[in-house]
Design a protein around this ligand. Structure first.
Ligand SMILES: Nc1ncnc2c1ncn2[C@@H]1O[C@H](COP(=O)(O)OP(=O)(O)OP(=O)(O)O)[C@@H](O)[C@H]1O
Ligand SMILES: O=P(O)(O)O[C@H]1[C@H](OP(=O)(O)O)[C@@H](OP(=O)(O)O)[C@@H](O)[C@@H](O)[C@@H]1OP(=O)(O)O
Ligand SMILES: [Mg+2]
Length: 317
């Protein structure tokens, strides 16, 4: 009898726990596959055979991008292994993961692939590399970015400051821009965020809390915040409470547009496991893509394990 095909899974212990590795093993077994934890500290050859690598190596790749020597060696080992085993299925391919690790590249990729359509956009953005305020003002002008702006760390995943952000309301706040960073125009969206979770050709979406309708203001001080406190399913941030006197007209989300966004982003990034953050502009009703993540938490995605294994099987066949 043929041996079961083996799926090598490689991620942080924290992610293994969240994913519930035992459950994944069970589902794999039901579908005729065998899952095991790949140990990057051992030789990969020693752990053969395996046909698929399923990973969340965003933290490893980011540390390596940032020059950490030990992590560079680990990453080279796996990259060389992939190079010499062209039939190995890697979910998702490492070069494609790089696109979501740098927010500037992420936004450029969205801009050039999906944002030309009528209802979908990515808010105007630019990369800041020079702390000179005159230069920052000029960059904002050239990129057509008006206040308020949101300033984000360049690495979107895995770095210590990936999730530290600020909202800047006026020119005097520009001194608070972290350098380097990516700046994006703030879009008012009635404090509602939609997370589209994609697994291969399937997706679903959930509603989450988000930032309230901030407006430009000459006197207002910069707000610094941790994005991890704002848009989780149980977040109760004071930054999300709409002004009581504000009358808001909510747009009902259109599942067909989410379907289109999921397909377009999957194609543009060449990835199967994606989290896509979308807000609906409360003035135009257009769908703004503000963030793309590799292998997100999938909190609220029904039958995730089954969809994941079906996605793997599709690639194997
Ligand atoms: N351009 C924008 N306009 C308005 N609000 C925004 C914008 N960009 C981000 N936000 C708000 O800030 C939050 C964090 O932004 P973003 O998703 O880029 O951060 P992140 O750290 O990459 O998040 P994640 O936890 O998804 O990895 C969003 O959930 C949303 O509430
Ligand atoms: O931990 P959570 O379930 O919140 O998942 C978050 C995930 O953390 P994890 O890797 O531990 O799963 C984050 O990855 P890192 O930036 O930290 O690499 C990022 O993808 C968030 O977008 C996910 O939040 P979501 O978009 O799904 O709400
Ligand atoms: Mg996000």
């Amino acid at each position: 009898m043929d041996r079961k095909k083996r799926v090598a899974i490689c991620m942080s212990e924290k992610k293994f726990k969240k994913l519930n590795f035992q459950e994944i093993c069970k589902t794999c077994d039901e579908y005729g596959l065998e899952a095991f934890k790949l140990d990057l500290n051992l030789s990969l050859e020693e752990q053969e055979p395996f046909s698929v690598v399923l990973h969340k190596l965003t933290d490893v790749i980011t540390a390596s991008n940032e020059g950490d020597k030990k992590t560079c060696l680990i990453l080279s080992k796996i990259e060389n292994y992939i190079k010499t085993h062209p039939n190995l299925i890697v979910i998702d391919p490492l070069p494609n993961i790089q696109k979501v690790l740098n927010r500037f590249i992420t936004y450029k990729t969205i801009y050039t692939s999906v944002s030309h359509t009528e209802n979908i956009f990515t808010p105007n953005f630019c990369e800041l590399v020079n702390p000179d305020i005159k230069d920052i003002k000029e960059q904002l002008r050239q990129s057509n970015i008006t206040f308020p702006i949101i300033c984000k760390a360049v690495p979107g995943h895995g770095s210590q400051n990936s999730h530290q952000m600020s909202i800047i309301f006026n020119e005097s706040g520009l001194k608070d821009c972290r350098i380097p960073s990516v700046v994006q125009k703030f879009i008012k969206h009635n404090a509602i965020l939609y997370k589209i979770f994609t697994v291969g050709d399937k997706h679903s979406f959930v509603e989450r809390p988000s930032l309230k309708n901030y407006m430009a203001c000459d006197l207002r001080k910069t707000i610094f915040f941790e994005s991890t406190n704002v848009s989780k399913s149980d977040s109760k941030s004071e930054l999300s409470i709409l002004d009581p006197q504000e009358k808001v007209k909510n747009f009902f989300p259109n599942p067909d547009i989410f379907d289109f966004i999921s397909k377009s982003i999957r194609q543009a990034f060449g990835m199967d496991l994606l989290g896509i953050d979308v807000i609906i502009c409360n003035e135009t009703g257009k769908y703004g893509i503000i963030d793309v993540n590799a292998f997100p938490g999938y909190d609220g995605f029904q039958n995730f394990n089954k969809c994941l294994i079906e996605c793997i099987l599709q690639k194997l066949n």
